[in-house]
Design a protein around this ligand. Structure first.
Ligand code: KG4
Ligand code: ZN
Length: 329
């Protein structure tokens, strides 16, 4: 079976074509980072307008790269939520249009479940049940994944998402957007010396808002933001977030008796997080599966993994389905 996947939940316009055994035939991601950079975050109205402009060229490019035409596609899947309603609707309408015109099965996918399965793209797959950390600009949550559509929430953020806190701290330090990449780059090979709080340390849930406020209060006390201070604060902040994410993820796996761990979402592209989670996992006889950086951030290929499995099992969604901006798994 060959399926087309469409993802437009936030600011990346993406299409992918996936064949059996989760073989990725083509994948295109059109990023809007440069457009939203000057605002320090995603502007929903601009994001949806750009999706409208991008979706057809991204689809055409993907089909050309796959060397296929629509008649070769056996099913179409799309992210229904969670996400920005205007952005979601562009992808959903496009995918529905293709499904109606080709009379092919249609399936709606949850964006977060896509992240759970990002490591399945072209590499060794984790065994069920595994613990999955999804840490991005909009979400931070830990789940036990026991199979496709068999998920249990372990803990989630009570306020800001981890990526959102990277973006806000980077903005305070004048480092640019997306903040995670900017903070990672100035912190490279540098161990920050500022001690920062780790809220909800003993609980399964996350909280990043107090940490961000603490950083903001320290920044306000500086007369000038020297490069040295910025580097030290960025490195200290990154180290603290990485410790929080790593400790909670490893503890969740131990508690659940899972031996495999997945991390996904934009923040899992972070080099320090990738290094630290591998170190801590091997100390606890756990194996970590992390998608290559291009599949950590939003992409249609991960939606295609879930779509391929469920459409192959005959699972479809009514064409009357629409965007579910606050879809909770
Ligand atoms: O998954 P994603 O592309 O989109 C959402 O669903 O939000 O994640 C984007 C988030 C942004 O907040 C960005 O700052 C963060 O992921 N991010 C990173 C890194 N690359 C992207 N955070 C830390 N380190 C990185 N290398
Ligand atoms: Zn995402």
């Amino acid at each position: 079976m060959i399926i087309l996947a469409v993802e437009t939940s936030c600011d990346d316009t993406s299409c992918a074509v996936m064949a059996d055994d989760y073989k990725l035939l083509a994948s295109t991601v059109s990023s809007q980072n440069l457009i939203h950079e000057k605002f320090g975050g995603v502007v929903p109205e601009i994001a949806s307008r750009r999706h409208l402009e991008n979706i057809t060229p991204v689809f055409n490019q993907t089909m050309t790269n796959a060397g296929l035409s629509l008649k070769d596609i056996d099913g179409i899947c799309v992210t229904l939520g969670p996400g920005l309603v205007g952005s979601l609707l562009v992808g959903i309408m496009f995918a529905k249009g293709l499904a109606v015109s080709t009379k092919k099965p249609f399936l709606g996918i949850n964006h977060i479940e896509g992240h759970f399965f990002a490591p399945f793209i072209g590499q060794e797959k984790p065994d069920f049940p595994y613990v999955a950390l999804v840490a991005s600009g909009g979400h931070t949550a830990l789940y036990i994944v026991s199979g496709f559509r068999d998920y249990k929430l372990v803990g989630q953020t009570r306020d800001d998402a981890a990526g959102e806190s990277f973006d806000k701290v980077a903005k305070m330090l004048g480092l640019g957007y997306p903040g995670g990449v900017a903070i990672q780059n100035v912190s490279e090979n540098f161990d920050g010396s500022i001690t920062l709080p780790k809220p909800l340390e003993r609980e399964d849930d996350f909280s990043f808002s107090g940490l961000k406020t603490h950083v903001s209060n320290i920044i306000k006390k500086q007369e000038v933001l020297s490069d040295e201070f910025k580097k030290n604060m960025a490195a200290s902040f990154q180290k603290t977030v990485v410790e929080i994410l790593t400790t909670k993820t490893i503890n969740a796996a131990i508690k659940a008796g899972a031996t495999h761990v997945v991390i996904s979402g934009g923040v899992s592209a972070n080099r320090l997080l990738r290094k630290k989670i591998h170190e801590k996992a091997s100390l606890n006889n756990l194996r970590v599966f992390i998608p290559p950086p291009e599949f950590c951030t939003d992409n249609a290929a991960m939606i295609g993994v879930v779509g391929h499995k469920l459409l192959s099992d005959g699972i479809t969604t009514e064409l009357s389905a629409s965007a579910i901006p606050d879809w909770v798994l």
